[in-house]
Design a protein around this ligand. Structure first.
Ligand code: ARG
Ligand code: ASP
Length: 722
């Protein structure tokens, strides 16, 4: 008995004094003053919390923004010049590229403001201020409410808070849950829509290493691009106009020429998308054992098929390079996550934590009442959740996400078919049709029939073999019975009858969208495959998946609150939710495996070592080779070396791409763009030994602008600090 008591006390002591992990954490800017500033200053920071985030005076937050819909960017001049990643600007660069002006291949540099290119649809978003609105968001909420009632009430409350905050200004606002819905914060933002393309290196620099080096260290990718924000004469947001002028920010980042050195303090300020640090062991089990392996397997096939056709034909390479990159990116991360979590023994670690937690719960009747059934409830939900989540992801992979391409393409016609069938207003019909015209042209620019046929056969086969009958769309009944699972024969029969690969035919219909013609599309076998997949999703998978997700949401909220009670002395950070966060850490190499010790930086010499004109990802441009040979690195070199990338222990995730990496003085030293392979499981469990963010050394950026591109005039507007 006494022994058990001792053990229990030991467990309590252990968890309460559990240190905050090294450099783990993505912190809320508004709370840095309270939670972090002391530690940050001890680690070397020379700034105050107010210098980083302030509502009353210009601060770092005024120079950081959301770029487009999923990246971060930062201001680097008093004339609205912004810096982000090449892979973040990729779509804009691609849209401006034609055979005559292939900016992806050759790079682009506006030599004056006049040459900067507008990008309809591209926006940047600044945070004006944030506020903890938990009290008002949760007004009228009580524990007797169902999850749905609770959500409705919160959304009503939030609508009021938002209207009041925006107060007829040109700002916009939204409210996000934090700590799994235990807290709510308001974000008031200013959106600029005239954002022009200023410059980018060729892909052979900006995407150097391609998917081969993606998620890996050592890395040599010159992953940056430059844009400029334009405003109206009052320095306010405005739609594109030739009369607009460069935006004058209240704050932009000075750029350090001093470089970074081992153990230097660094911080990353940006928009991390999502993390899952407080989930139970069941979640990790579900992902690593049930979901990821099947998704990796199906993407193995996609990548194999695309790669074969891309290697055989340069035209297909261009058509499929963006699709390939997007399939490959998560595929590779999943593999890395499984490895990293296995190596950490993450499931066992979580289980040990859960055992300690349960013992703590059992020790107190009040906790027992509140949290006693939490883990068994979790187990029940995860018993079913994995199957539904896999089914949802699998159907998406096969039909909608770079899978059987014609099927997902045909899905885009569903709305128009509906409108015409229901004899909706001619305006609506013609607007839907004209949207589809540009979509159709875009689709066929990047479509290769024979690649698509191979994907169709292979992916349908995977679905027929790997999904249980209840999660196969109804067309499979026919495939099994009439075609005897001969997927090639099935494909032939579908592609013989379909019109969805006939661009001219489709454009003719779209230019004259009458009922009789759309009926043809509705009866098209490809459209019927889409409908059968859609029926399965909407009729069977989503309802159950949503029900389980809602249950999970309420358990997560409880478990989060419980963990905070259990580990009273730990300082918690909320999971990422694509709101502005600050991570801090230090410049550090790491030991990825036995006998290997990774240095913290790479150099131009390493690019030359990788050079291979035969391999697309490693084809170094001649100009860069010449610059290397001449050793003409100007003020950007350190001890004769041109540094390219570096790693540090900052906790980052998807969305942090393009984020400013800043030194102790608040000067820009790098641009964040990736994480190192051994640490990509940081979205689920952070390991300070192995988790590293990868940044582009800002001096390489300057070197490329100045010496490679000959666009040195851009440096004149920057604030370079020696
Ligand atoms: N892994 C990085 C991130 O998640 C870069 C992705 C873009 N590059 C690529 N080769 N797919 O965004
Ligand atoms: N490459 C990611 C991004 O684009 C960053 C990361 O996942 O580390 O946001």
């Amino acid at each position: 008995m006494i022994r058990r008591k001792l053990l229990f006390i030991w467990i309590i002591a252990f968890v309460s004094f559990f240190p905050v992990f090294g450099d783990e954490g993505m912190w809320i800017p508004m709370l840095i003053e309270k939670l972090n500033i002391q530690e940050m200053q001890e680690k070397g920071l020379k700034l105050s919390a107010e210098d980083i985030y302030s509502v009353n005076k210009a601060s770092m937050k005024d120079a950081v923004m959301i770029f487009g819909g999923g990246c971060t960017a930062e201001l680097i001049s008093a004339e609205g010049l912004l810096l982000t990643n090449h892979h973040c600007g990729y779509r804009s660069i691609q849209k401006h590229s034609t055979v005559e002006h292939d900016y992806l291949t050759n790079g682009f540099w506006a030599m004056s403001h006049k040459e900067e290119l507008p990008n309809p649809g591209l926006k940047v978003t600044f945070l004006k201020w944030m506020e903890d609105v938990t009290g008002k968001s949760l007004e009228g909420i009580n524990s007797g409410m169902s999850e749905k009632e609770r959500e409705e009430r919160i959304s009503e409350n939030n609508q009021k808070i938002i209207t009041e905050a925006v107060n007829n200004s040109h700002f916009s606002a939204h409210i996000e849950p934090f700590f799994a819905g235990n807290q709510y914060f308001l974000f008031v933002e200013e959106v600029f829509r005239d954002v022009r393309f200023v410059g980018a290196p060729p892909s052979s620099i900006g995407k150097f290493g391609g998917d081969t080096d993606n998620w890996m260290w050592p890395r040599h990718t010159g992953d940056f691009s430059l844009f400029r924000i334009y405003a109206n004469k009052n320095n306010e947001p405005a739609e594109f106009s030739p009369d607009n002028v460069p935006y004058e920010p209240v704050k932009f980042f000075p750029i350090s020429l001093k470089g970074i050195h081992p153990d230097d303090f660094t911080m990353v300020f940006g928009y991390p998308g999502s993390t899952y640090e407080y989930v139970p062991s069941y979640h990790i089990k579900m992902l690593t054992k049930e979901v990821y392996p099947k998704l990796i397997d199906i993407r193995d096939k996609k990548l194999e098929l695309m790669n074969a056709d891309m290697s055989a034909d340069p035209k297909v390479r261009i058509q499929y390079s963006s699709k390939y990159a997007s399939v490959s990116n998560s595929w590779k991360r999943w593999i890395g996550e499984i490895n990293g979590l296995d190596k950490l023994d993450a499931i066992a670690k979580k289980q040990a934590f859960e055992n300690g937690f349960m013992a703590w719960v059992a020790s107190d009747p009040a906790s027992q009442k509140k949290y006693g059934t939490l883990l068994p409830d979790y187990r029940n939900v995860y018993n079913d959740l994995g199957r539904y989540r896999l089914a949802r992801d699998y159907i998406n992979e096969v039909f909608f996400r770079n899978g059987a391409e014609l099927v997902s393409f045909s899905s885009k016609f569903a709305n128009l078919i509906d409108l015409v069938e229901n004899e909706d207003s001619p305006e609506k019909v013609s607007s839907a049709a004209s949207q589809l015209i540009s979509l159709t042209e875009g689709f066929f620019k990047d479509y290769n029939l024979s690649t698509d046929k191979k994907l169709f056969v292979a992916l349908m086969k995977k679905c027929g073999e790997n999904m249980p009958a209840e999660f196969q769309p109804s067309v499979f009944i026919n495939i099994h019975s009439k075609f005897n699972d001969d997927y090639g024969k099935y494909m032939e029969s579908v592609y013989k009858k379909t019109s969805f690969f006939n661009e001219d035919f489709l454009l003719e219909i779209l230019n004259n969208p009458v009922k009789s013609k759309l009926k043809k599309l509705k009866n098209d076998p490809v459209f019927q495959i889409f409908e059968s997949a859609d029926d399965l999703m909407k009729g069977k998978i989503y309802p159950e998946y949503s029900r389980l997700s809602l249950e999970l949401k309420s358990l997560n909220r409880k478990y989060m609150a419980a963990q905070m009670e259990y580990q009273k002395d730990k300082i918690f950070y909320s999971d990422a939710n694509f709101t502005l966060r600050l991570s801090y850490g230090s410049v550090k190499g790491y030991i990825p495996k036995d006998a290997v010790n990774f240095k913290y930086y790479t150099t131009l010499k390493g690019i030359i070592e990788k050079d291979n004109p035969q391999i697309y990802d490693y084809d170094v441009p001649d100009k860069l080779k010449e610059l290397y040979k001449s050793g003409d690195f100007g003020q950007y070199a350190e001890n004769g070396e041109m540094h390219v990338c570096f790693i540090a222990t900052n906790h980052t995730t998807g969305g942090n791409s393009g984020s400013p990496v800043v030194n102790a003085e608040g000067q820009l030293v790098g641009v964040n763009f990736d994480r190192a392979w051994e640490g990509v499981m940081s979205d689920l469990m952070f390991n300070p030994d192995q988790c590293r963010n990868i940044s582009l050394d800002i001096r390489y950026v300057l070197f490329l602008i100045d010496k490679f591109a000959g666009a040195g005039y851009l440096l004149d507007e920057m604030d370079l600090v020696e």
